[in-house]
Design a protein around this ligand. Structure first.
Ligand SMILES: *Cc1c(COP(=O)(O)O)cnc(C)c1O
Length: 341
């Protein structure tokens, strides 16, 4: 599309041409419908509105140098959405409906796929919510699954530049055995005050500690946390962390680069010992962290010299992006080429 300035696209919503909807009603999923409306007509007593029966996904389609459109590990997103559905007793979306919806949305919004080399991509947002009416608390009988697309630029305006994180004990994002490990909107609502505090104090995001002991690193805003030291990639193990597909991929890439990889609890005390730290997720791939400030003790942990991201984070970042765009061969079988004609 001629009048989009691809290079300065924000990570935000831009209206595209079409989206899809599919409804589970009377015990079965219906047909995938294509819509040109940005709105859904929802029952005023829908459980998605009242009782938080809502989960979402986020994945990207990339235009390659070869003019082919690639999807990254969509099966993982489909599986995670099923886990989210199970976690809050919603109807699961079958793989075929998930995939068909995504492909339909990409095909019908071809002109919004950012060109190769722009740093932008087509972000896909699958959403599942209880659309059936209930006032007594119970799972809905009806569910709506919709997918929309929007072209996005890099999550952080500065691009692959180190950002600062605020470590706070004031707010929790998710409880052990709660819903932290599934991708539900409620976790985001719970995390907003922590995010606001971070932003208000000039930080890019918030680093949450585990809610029970307030001792272990949990999520890094809407992303997973990792640290690197002694040639080892280390990421927290916790029941309240969302299993990031980016993180899972970085672990594989780290091993492939000859690093060790560990998933284990990380205490705040250990923060001092890392050579590099970062946040990871689909939106930014990796956000290298310059410093972490503990808002209670005032302790500050510094990670970068002259604001330059660490060498291993940099290597991992470029490697993953090269696979996603098709610049490098995909020996892991992560990428699927989408036929869009
Ligand atoms: C989506 C999400 C992530 C990142 O997951 P990816 O699969 O890498 O995009 C991390 N943390 C939270 C809380 C999330 O919701």
């Amino acid at each position: 599309m001629e009048n989009i300035d691809w290079k300065s696209l924000p990570f935000g919503y831009l209206k595209t041409d079409y989206n899809t909807r599919c409804t589970y009603r009377d015990g079965k999923w219906g047909k995938i419908e294509i819509s040109d409306s940005e709105y859904v007509n929802v029952h005023i007593a829908a459980t998605g509105l009242h009782y938080g029966q809502e989960a979402f996904e986020g994945l990207k389609a990339f235009m390659g140098k070869d003019g082919k459109v690639r999807l990254f590990r969509w099966q993982e997103n489909a599986e995670r959405l099923r886990n989210s559905a199970n976690g809050i007793l919603m109807q699961e979306v079958p793989n075929e409906i998930f995939y068909e919806s995504i492909i339909t949305v990409i095909k019908n919004n071809k002109r919004f796929i950012p060109p190769y080399g722009s740093g932008a991509s087509l972000y896909l947002r699958p959403l599942l919510f209880g659309s059936g009416a209930k006032v007594g608390i119970s799972p809905a009988d009806e569910y709506t699954f919709l997918v929309f697309a929007t072209p996005v630029g890099p999550y952080f305006k500065q691009g692959f530049k180190p950002v600062d994180m605020l470590l706070t004990r004031e707010f929790d994002r998710a409880a052990p055995r709660g819903t932290g490990n599934i991708k539900v909107g409620g976790n985001y609502a719970a995390g907003l005050r922590g995010m606001r505090k971070a932003h208000a104090n000039g930080f890019a995001s918030v680093l949450f500690l585990d809610a029970k002991e307030k001792k272990y690193i949990d999520e890094c805003g809407p992303a997973n946390f990792f640290g690197i030291k002694n040639n080892t990639y280390i990421t927290p193990k916790s029941d309240s962390i969302l299993p990031s597909i980016t993180n899972k991929s970085l672990i594989e890439l780290a091993k492939d680069l000859g690093l060790n990889a560990e998933r284990r609890p990380i205490t705040d005390v250990e923060l001092e010992t890392f050579e590099e730290v970062g946040a990871c997720g689909t939106a930014a791939v990796i956000s290298p962290i310059r410093k972490i400030v503990d808002d209670e003790t005032g302790k500050t942990y510094h990670y970068t010299k002259d604001d330059i991201p660490g060498p291993i984070s940099t290597k991992l970042y470029h490697k993953l992006q090269a696979i996603q765009t098709g610049d490098e061969p995909d020996k892991f079988g992560w990428v699927e080429i989408v036929k869009i004609d």
